[in-house]
Design a protein around this ligand. Structure first.
Ligand SMILES: NC(=O)c1ccc[n+]([C@@H]2O[C@H](COP(=O)([O-])OP(=O)(O)OC[C@H]3O[C@@H](n4cnc5c(N)ncnc54)[C@H](OP(=O)(O)O)[C@@H]3O)[C@@H](O)[C@H]2O)c1
Length: 298
């Protein structure tokens, strides 16, 4: 089975690259240089050339604060280009495996969001991602949309890597305490995608939306504490900076972030019986990989 991956240089794209090595599929990994989804005509031509059975869209405009300044850019990548992908996916009779976000919700709920909860994005990024979802659902193509949250990995930029970097130069770090969510290891998303593909067993006539995230709910502040605790266990010379809990309103981010970002993942676990790694284990594995890379680059 031919699977086309778009956006192979991002956190998820690289994690997909790591997990596909021993799988029985023909996986074509493409970076922005090979397929730039903002170039609509060229993307159509290339997808038609490859004729994949499944397209995994790991690409996105993810600069949440920049999207407030340049909403047309996030709309182009997260909505218009996604609509284009969905149309061409339909034309090649494929399945579009698309990734979306907890930012489609306003974050004012007290209980975990299910797939049926009302969406109400508060940021330009969230709006563009929701428009992309809607475009796919309207296109009549076969699709799986996976909403996830708080992605971290040994690749690209993310909260965990930022904390480790800051710990080298800062004695004190202010961390948001009033936003709660479930950190999700990109490797788990990659493993889940291929678990679902294997369960589908070639039957791609499907139109589904799922929520998926890591197993533990915590604030950014407590996530930072966990990251430094584990780095301390792995590295005896590590000295944790002092962590100062602050409210998100004190940090003046351009984009509004949901205060409560917890996704109810029970639909997916019921249908696919897939469990993410325990958060401690995922963080440990991720930090070990970062430390290894740092050591070998010295
Ligand atoms: N990161 C999170 O915390 C988070 C949370 C919830 C949901 N998600 C969703 O999860 C998915 C994966 O996110 P991620 O964290 O892996 O993102 P990421 O690390 O920012 O990677 C995004 C990738 O998209 C590529 N890209 C951007 N514009 C493109 C274009 N025009 N054509 C082709 N490729 C393009 C980028 O290419 P370059 O490498 O060339 O820049 C980059 O490799 C996204 O759909 C995101 O919305 C992420």
């Amino acid at each position: 089975m031919k699977i086309l991956v778009i956006g192979c240089n991002g956190q998820l794209g690289k994690s997909i690259n790591d997990v596909v090595k021993n799988l029985p599929y023909e996986v074509i990994l493409t970076s922005r240089e090979k397929i730039d989804i903002s170039n609509l005509e060229e993307t159509r031509d290339k997808v038609k050339y490859y004729k994949p059975k499944i397209i995994i869209n790991a690409s996105a405009y993810t600069a949440v604060d920049n999207a407030e300044k340049f909403p047309q850019d996030s709309n182009l990548i997260n909505n218009i280009a996604v609509e284009n992908l969905a149309k061409v996916c339909n034309e090649v009779n494929g399945l579009l495996f698309h990734i979306s976000t907890d930012y489609v919700f306003d974050g004012f709920s007290q209980i975990a969001y299910t797939e049926d909860c009302k969406t109400k994005p508060e940021s330009e990024y969230g709006k563009s991602k929701l428009m992309g979802e809607i475009a796919i659902q309207k296109s009549n193509c076969n699709y799986i949309i996976l909403r996830t949250s708080w992605v971290f990995s040994e690749y690209g930029s993310n909260f965990l890597k930022t904390m480790l970097k800051l710990s080298i130069t800062k004695e004190e770090i202010s961390i948001v305490k009033d936003q709660v969510g479930c950190p999700t290891y990109a490797k788990d998303i990659a493993l889940l995608i291929f678990h679902i593909i294997s369960e589908l067993d070639g039957e791609i006539n499907i139109k589904k939306l799922y929520h998926f995230s890591g197993n533990e709910k915590l604030s950014w502040f407590n996530f930072a504490k966990l990251i430094f605790k584990i780095q301390g266990e792995l590295n005896s010379s590590f000295k944790s900076p002092k962590l100062i809990p602050v409210d998100s309103s004190e940090l003046n981010f351009l984009a509004k972030r949901p205060l409560f970002s917890v996704l109810d993942t029970s639909k997916l676990s019921k249908e696919y019986h897939f469990k993410p790694m325990l958060l401690d284990n995922a963080v440990k594995q991720c930090i070990e990989k970062i430390n290894e890379k740092d050591k070998s680059s010295k």
